[in-house]
Design a protein around this ligand. Structure first.
Ligand SMILES: Nc1ncnc2c1ncn2[C@@H]1O[C@H](COP(=O)(O)OP(=O)(O)OP(=O)(O)O)[C@@H](O)[C@H]1O
Ligand SMILES: [Mg+2]
Length: 379
């Protein structure tokens, strides 16, 4: 899929921006603090209804405005549609073809984007919650039912924890009903997470080798409390594990084991990336993981997601920049931010690359670079 037109109003420092966009690679360039990340963030928010760098949607609204709006015309395999998100101090409202959607869940997934931002490298050092969220958000974009299952799991887990606080002999029946529900939905989450990790494993090693031009081996290892593919066996084993842990759970008033503790670890040549890999290697692996998600989304959704690379080229060496550029040139639509386009385009390339210069939230210059020549376009 690809965005044909974008309109951004009062989103951070983007007061009123209208852009016609093309397929292929578009580079947003300019000095620090001019609105490059804000622009790609607005596209991401339109797609996901949340940001990759902020939890509070009020931060998106321009200091002097009451509401922010992002609107885009998107060309997809199923046709061309218009999507819009309106952000106010009270909340967010989404529209598809000018019709307000009743539930955000009906809107999510309409525009598929995968982003890489410099902060993504932190996934190796962050808490398991962040890594779980990476798996969960990817699964939600692949299978809409996944989000519903995750919400059910969280509700049932809360019920179980609440029951643990007032546990007595009489409540044992109720606990076994809750456990049955919990383990049924746990299996669904486990099964899909396990599948995802297996898929990403194959893609990650190929993409990492393509960009680094090295034969390093990479593997993702799923860390879960119980690895058993057969559903009946899984539930039986999990039940006995919950029973064994019951006294500890009652003491702590919290369920100690379960898929809510899931995590994964990435290994580079059998060494944990979080402990041994260099900063540059961590960056390349987290970037390759996002590229693996692009490939997987394309395979499952039969339509390519839009790729956003915020400041992804700045710390890469020359060869890796070239390899990354070659890779993204094969994608349907990619938005890249950088301080200068020469940071990304280092040698003559025979495919046109759109360049858009940003200053103080406005587009001040745009053009195309092809075969080492730059042609300006009228604004
Ligand atoms: N709600 C807001 N209203 C107005 N301006 C805002 C708002 N939030 C952030 N800004 C401004 O946006 C600017 C930062 O923009 P952005 O992060 O897009 O920069 P950038 O061009 O990506 O720079 P860099 O190259 O440093 O990454 C800052 O000057 C900041 O003050
Ligand atoms: Mg930026």
């Amino acid at each position: 899929m690809n965005i044909i037109q974008l309109q951004v109003t009062s989103f951070r420092n983007l007061v009123d921006l209208q852009l016609n966009l093309k397929k292929g690679v578009t580079l947003f360039y300019g000095m620090n603090g001019q609105g490059k990340t804000n622009l790609v963030e607005s596209i991401y928010v339109l797609s996901k209804t949340h940001s990759f760098r902020s939890y509070h949607h009020k931060e998106f609204i321009h200091y002097d405005a009451k509401e922010a709006c992002v609107r885009a015309k998107v060309h997809k395999k199923s046709g061309t549609h218009q999507y819009q998100i309106l952000l106010t101090n009270q909340g967010k409202i989404c529209f598809i073809n000018k019709n307000k959607v009743a539930k955000i869940s009906q809107y999510l997934g309409s525009i598929q984007t995968i982003s890489f931002i410099p902060e993504d490298v932190r996934i190796f050092k962050e808490s398991p919650r962040i890594r779980r969220w990476l798996l969960d958000s990817e699964l939600a974009s692949l299978f809409p039912v996944y989000m519903k299952q995750l919400i059910i799991f969280q509700k049932v887990l809360e019920q179980r924890n609440a029951l643990l606080k007032k546990m007595s002999e009489k409540q044992k029946n109720l606990l076994s009903i809750i456990d049955e529900q919990l383990l049924n939905v746990s299996y669904e989450l486990y099964h899909k997470r396990s599948w995802l990790i297996q898929q990403l494993n194959e893609l990650l090693v190929t993409l990492y080798q393509k960009i680094t031009k090295q034969k390093d081996q990479i593997s993702i290892v799923y860390k879960t409390y119980l690895d058993e593919k057969d559903k009946e066996k899984y539930i039986d084993l999990a039940k006995s594990m919950l029973n064994e842990n019951l006294n500890k759970d009652i003491e702590k008033t919290f369920t100690q084991i379960g898929v809510h503790k899931d995590d994964f670890e990435i290994y580079l040549n059998d060494k944990a990336v979080s402990l041994y890999a260099s900063q540059g290697q961590q960056r390349l692996i987290s970037l390759s993981l996002k590229l693996a998600m692009v490939e997987l989304n394309t395979r499952i959704n039969k339509d390519e997601p839009i790729l956003i690379l915020d400041d992804a080229f700045s710390e890469l060496d020359k060869d890796k920049k070239q390899a990354l550029l070659n890779y993204i040139l094969s994608k349907e639509q990619v938005f890249v931010t950088c301080t200068h386009y020469s940071e990304v385009i280092q040698e003559a390339i025979d495919q046109p690359i759109e360049i858009i210069k940003m200053r103080q939230g406005n587009v001040v210059e745009r053009g195309v670079i092809c075969n080492g020549r730059k042609q300006s376009e009228s604004l």
